[in-house]
Design a protein around this ligand. Sequence first.
Ligand SMILES: *[C@@H]1O[C@H](CO)[C@@H](O)[C@H](O)[C@H]1NC(C)=O
Length: 113
Amino acid sequence: MKTFVLLCLVALAAADQSARIVNYQYGIEEDGAYEAQYQTTNGISAKEDGISYPGNVPEAGNYVRSGSYSYEWEGVTYTVNWTADENGFHPVGDHLPDFSHTREHIGSIDDHQ
Ligand SMILES: *[C@@H]1O[C@H](CO)[C@@H](O)[C@H](O)[C@H]1NC(C)=O
């Protein structure tokens, strides 16, 4: 999912080839928790953090990640807050449809087994 977010941002950045990344910060702790953020000179900013924990597959563990990114398009700033965990990627934004009830409609994977 990181790839998806990154590709969206790269696509936006590609529209302005003179844009530069500024204020990039990244830190990771011994337990795997991390925080990262950056801005670009053409109005994109993004930040995220994550914690590592033993999840459904103990030997693999899992990450719970959350973050937000925003960008300007035709004078409007769009912001997406998101979380990502073993249940998927959950974006929230004023310009996005409300996905919060999707699971009620399609059921969880467990319901179909
Ligand atoms: C995103 O998170 C920020 C900070 O918590 C909050 O102020 C803002 O209202 C949130 N935006 C949306 C679309 O949920």
